[in-house]
Design a protein around this ligand. Structure first.
Ligand code: DX5
Ligand code: ZN
Length: 200
């Protein structure tokens, strides 16, 4: 069964509680927090203290998508905030070390692959990954529109995972809307991350 997560980046910051209650009522599985530091991406969003406050109001799964430099320095803060899954961009850190650390803390491990990065780059450490996010936009901002070549990347990744026999879910992040849902599920996505199309 495909899972649905909501990225709050484009949601009204004055109404997160109301939004989360509405997502619960619509059977969303999780909340996707785009953590941004103004360095790795030219934008700011979602520190651990805010996530910790929202943790008190819902049992939905929390995913922290760390779009920051040196994420290893901050991982403990996001674990303490109550995140269930933590997503790292491999180019920002010693990825194998950080994934092993997340495993040791019983956090679901996740790696995000930017539009310009090849899938093959993760082959070396598939054994450490629980989830891979295919980025269908460049990290940093919502509302950029879906990059259609992401579909081929998902298909290729699905094949790689199948052949590897690892149990890894595929997520898609960026420009996801209701019209694409069917196609994304058909090509092999397990988790759809809806952003700005939810908060028009
Ligand atoms: C981009 C973020 C996405 C973003 C998606 O840096 O990773 O999660 O919020 O927003 P939409 O769905 O508007 O592309
Ligand atoms: Zn994201």
């Amino acid at each position: 069964m495909v899972q649905k997560y909501a990225s709050l980046l484009s949601a009204d910051a004055a109404n997160y509680e109301k939004t989360i209650k509405s997502l619960e009522a619509q059977d969303y599985n999780g909340i996707h927090f785009d953590v941004m530091d103004g360095h790795f991406v030219k934008n700011f969003a979602f520190g651990p203290d805010l996530i910790k406050s929202l943790r008190k109001i819902t049992n939905l799964l929390f995913q922290a998508h760390l779009e920051i430099e040196n994420p290893g320095e901050y991982i403990d803060r996001f674990i303490e905030a109550g995140c269930d899954m933590i997503t790292l961009h491999p180019q920002t850190c010693n990825i194998k070390k950080e994934l092993r650390y997340l495993r040791s803390r019983n956090i679901t491990t996740s790696v995000a692959i930017d539009p310009d990065i090849e899938i093959d780059d993760v082959l070396d450490y598939l054994n450490l990954i629980d989830n891979i996010i295919i980025m269908s936009v460049y990290p940093g901002f919502g509302k950029q529109g879906f990059r259609e070549n992401s579909i081929f990347k998902i298909q290729k990744l699905k094949e790689i995972i199948r052949a590897s026999k690892h149990n890894i879910t595929i997520s898609i992040d960026g420009g996801v809307d209701k019209d694409k849902e069917k196609q994304l599920i058909e090509v092999g996505c397990d988790i759809l991350i809806f952003g700005s199309t939810l908060f028009k």
